[in-house]
Design a protein around this ligand. Sequence first.
Ligand SMILES: *[C@@H]1O[C@H](CO)[C@@H](O)[C@H](O)[C@H]1NC(C)=O
Ligand SMILES: [Ca+2]
Length: 356
Amino acid sequence: MVLEMTRIVESATSLQSASKMKRLIKFLSTCLLVLPHLTLVHGDITDGNAEHLKREHSLIKPYQGIGTSPSSQWDFWGSTLVTSQYVRLTPDEKSKQGSIWNTVPCFQKDWEMHVQFKVHGSGKKNLHGDGIAIWYTKERLHPGPVFGNQDHFVGLALFLDTFRNDLHGMDRSFPYISAMVNNGTQPYDHGKDGRNSELGGCSAEIRNKDHDTYLAIRYSKGRLTVMVDVDDKNEWKECIDIGGVRLPTGYYFGASAATGDLSDHHDIISMKMYQLMVEHTTEEDSLDWTKIEPSVSLLKSPKDNIDDPTGNFRSTPLTGWKVFLLLLCALLGIVVCAVVGAVVFQKRQERNKRFY
Ligand SMILES: *[C@@H]1O[C@H](CO)[C@@H](O)[C@H](O)[C@H]1NC(C)=O
Ligand SMILES: [Ca+2]
């Protein structure tokens, strides 16, 4: 394409015929028409149909066998109550902790977890807490102070924090959703709502909704994307999107919740795990993915990270437009050069005619 273009430009600048100039203009306008389509082919987060649901990592109504069958793929602990309609991690009572954990380690390299949840209670504005955490961790069923799970965990956590502990952090509104990746060395600081260790986050109105509320976590090719669907519009809204995230296979999915002096019902309606069909290089496939140490390579403004080769599977609309504008500028540059070159060439020839 580039070769073809330079050839046409070269011949057009020599201005041997006007038809070549016409061909050039036609070619350039074709480019301009085709380019926006090229930048828009990247898919968005799955709607849950196109990809593959993995039943062994999914928690789906009516939660058959949980707590009664030894072959059940989910264990629960603490205040957790399993009914046929929801899994209640905590009731709307003080000082409760509960969790539910997948018993099957996940060996998918690329996955997407859709969580339907419901946080509701009688507490009025700012008088409710503490929230839910969704886990993908090395260990399971280790109760502790981080939304009912252990501190110094190893793996990924998503916090749906409904109570503001840090009164200095007034720049963000609560409930607040944030992500944290830990190799076991970092503590979660409740007093600061995890601000020191968070990779990204967003505010979202998730309490006492009459409609269904959802969260999606996608991990693929080093990129962690979190989307929320909490406004009853049936569409995903981006909350977190960062590259350079390394997570191993063989960890466990789980959910936990806690109440303190303030409380809420913290319910999980479903957790649906989808395998993503993603190609990996033979080099990547030959690695032992269970040995990967959880880490994040870009802690500073990870949202700006678009050059990371491990994390660019999904071009954001902004990136697409940047590329488009860049190419547009390049094309305009070529057109200007061609016209200027042609004019200069013609002037010279006229001068040549005059003097010889
Ligand atoms: C764990 O993470 C911290 C920072 O997040 C890092 O300084 C440390 O080297 C890591 N430890 C291991 C064993 O990877
Ligand atoms: Ca909090």
